[in-house]
Write a protein of this length. Structure first.
Length: 102
């Protein structure tokens, strides 16, 4: 899931123009001292708060459709994702001054 930025970026791209979702896989690797890190080659990103796991497997060969074959067949497949935002306070994206003067 990728959401539109609350505020335009001060330097660099601001991300997607509108909220959207897509369905795809990513890999996770264990790095000693850092733990499990998700790598998403589809988006070119590290897996983060927008990556919502729906299923997993400990071995790539058990994650269809990695391998296998089928005869010609007729099928219908569909899915839908929807993003609905609830009240969300904008995130601080610029440096700010503490009103207490600290």
């Amino acid at each position: 899931m990728q959401l539109t930025a609350d505020e335009k970026s001060l330097d660099g791209p601001s991300g997607p123009e509108k909220d959207f979702t897509d369905l795809h896989a990513w890999a996770e690797v264990y790095v000693p001292g850092a733990g499990w890190i998700g790598l998403d080659p589809t988006s070119g990103l590290f897996a983060g708060e927008g990556h919502i796991p729906l299923a997993c497997t400990p071995h790539p060969t058990s994650a269809a459709p990695i391998d296998g074959l089928t005869d010609v067949c007729e099928t219908t497949f569909s899915y839908s994702n929807e993003v609905t935002r609830f009240r969300e306070d904008p995130r601080v994206t610029k440096p700010y001054t503490d009103p207490s003067g600290r």
